[in-house]
Design a protein around this ligand. Structure first.
Ligand code: MBD
Ligand code: FE
Length: 292
């Protein structure tokens, strides 16, 4: 039997005091947000008749989530990070902006200050005998004009779906580089073809997904921050076409305009021009930035 106790005068008073309404100090907006959140939790407890045991299970879950540093991973998996993108998209539509490269989630695995170079970088340290990937393209403004000196910050997983820093078996900044576009707005990197990511199978995010009957996999993807003076900072990713999880990403990041075809290149002349050992995969992706 469930009772609706949250409207009891004692509870209303309790939540006003616990949210700091009866105290002078603090941040007024934060007080209101906390008041709403605490009230929502009480309504949830009432609605599903949540037991003390279930409540403490949830509290312990948060301890584990924090201990394993998976709070941001869970936010991605629950679609909340994607929700923020959808809201930003809507705000841009209302401003009449259109035609730029779509944003998509950053995810929890970015590391700042990757090595910076001009025009070109090799991203892999050579330790992973993966398939060579030549990734290149052009950055332009909304008017179509190429942007020289734009910074393309790129990060992606290795052939096991793991990222340097989070995976200590890789060298620091492996598969993480910043490249400044050349005079024609172009960037190019040599790297290895990444594999898709899977949530740590023994972690709290995967445990929650299991209870929802969901998987925790992402298709093979490459992350980008693209920035240039006078333009809006772009956070995005591209997905490699052909991956079985392309339209079944547990983090909801796939967008039709962000799918790139990996092209097998066997032409020795092209490999030689790119200073590559031989057959490789090419991925081309151009970016268009909105004005700031
Ligand atoms: C990733 O590589 C990622 O990009 C996201 C969003 C979540 C987990 C792992
Ligand atoms: Fe990722």
């Amino acid at each position: 039997m469930s009772i609706s106790f949250n409207q009891h005068p004692d509870v209303i008073k309790l939540l006003e005091i616990s949210s700091g309404f009866t105290d002078e100090g603090g941040d007024p907006r934060f007080k209101k947000i906390m008041h709403q959140l605490l009230g929502d939790i009480c309504r949830l407890i009432d609605r599903y008749d949540i037991s003390a045991e279930e409540f403490w299970q949830a509290v312990n879950y948060l301890h584990t989530l924090g201990g394993r540093q998976e709070a941001a991973l869970l936010a991605a998996g629950l679609g909340l990070e994607h929700y923020l993108d959808l809201r930003d998209d809507e705000l841009e539509r209302q401003r009449g902006l259109a035609g730029g490269t779509p944003r998509t989630i950053e995810g929890p695995l970015y590391v700042a200050n990757a090595p910076l170079s001009e025009g070109f970088a090799r991203m892999d340290d050579g330790a992973d005998a993966g398939e060579v990937m030549w990734l290149h393209g052009q950055v332009s403004g909304a008017d179509g004009r190429p942007l020289a000196g734009a910074v393309v910050d790129i990060w992606h997983a290795n052939t096991l779906g793991n990222y340097s820093f989070f995976d200590k078996s890789q060298s620091d900044f492996n598969l993480r580089r910043r490249v400044k576009t050349d005079a024609a707005g172009r960037y190019a990197v040599r790297s290895i073809v990444p594999s898709g990511y899977g949530c740590p199978p023994d972690g709290p995010t995967q445990a929650l997904l299991n209870r929802l009957g969901r998987h925790g996999n992402r298709p093979a993807h490459i992350h980008f921050f693209v920035s240039a003076p006078g333009h809006k900072h772009l956070t995005t990713q591209i997905n490699l076409n052909g991956d079985r999880y392309l339209w079944d990403d547990f983090a909801f990041a796939t967008r039709a305009e962000l799918i790139a075809d990996p092209v097998k290149v066997t032409d020795a002349a092209i490999a030689a021009r790119r200073d590559l050992p031989g057959a490789h995969t090419e991925v081309t992706f151009d970016f268009s930035l909105y004005p700031a």
